[in-house]
Design a protein around this ligand. Sequence first.
Ligand SMILES: [Zn+2]
Length: 108
Amino acid sequence: MVKEKCPNCGKGDVFYKDLPFLSLPKMKEDCEVCNYHFDREPGYFLGAMYISYGLAVLEGIITFLICYFLFPKMETLYVVLTVCAVMFILSMRNYKWSRVFYMYIFPN
Ligand SMILES: [Zn+2]
């Protein structure tokens, strides 16, 4: 699942790998190995938004706790900026993980 493979066969990639750095991830229509159609129905990945949101909140909390315990004298503004930066940097990763995770939970 973390390797972003097809939920049906576990071999085909879900996303294109050869995209330029910092471009939006592009999802394949079907699995190239077993021909599994990833987008089951219109709006199928709406639920993945909640997973993505949960991941972002979790990463924000972890970043805050790291700042709080490792740098106790850090100013609030810098803590907020650090948390926002980490959430922004990880947002593309969350987008991919949430969709793959969602396909694993609801394969049909
Ligand atoms: Zn497959």
